[in-house]
Write a protein that binds this ligand. Structure first.
Ligand code: SF4
Length: 82
């Protein structure tokens, strides 16, 4: 069952680092994620603009583009890639 988007806490509590350095807060986030450790430090990515904007969207309950088209448990919008 889907949960309200604003209840997602992945960008505050979780991180995934891909083999190519891409940083994502979860496995459902869109391609480029919120940064790359080959270009910036972990602290710069974790506290960086992309992560901050994503957190702001979630707090407002407004689905960010990075979270769309993914079958995440918090996105109640229609999924176009299924
Ligand atoms: S894709 Fe889903 S789980 Fe990942 S950050 Fe967005 S709302 Fe949270």
């Amino acid at each position: 069952m889907k949960k309200p988007y604003s209840e997602c806490r992945f960008p505050w509590e979780n991180v995934q680092i891909m083999a190519d350095g891409v940083v994502k807060p979860c496995c459902w986030i869109d391609g480029a994620g919120v940064g790359n450790l080959n270009l910036n430090s972990f602290e710069e990515v974790w506290n960086g603009g992309k992560m901050q904007v994503l957190r702001e969207y979630i707090e407002r309950g407004e689905v960010h583009q990075m979270c769309k088209r993914r079958p995440c448990p918090y996105n109640t919008e229609p999924h176009f890639d299924l």
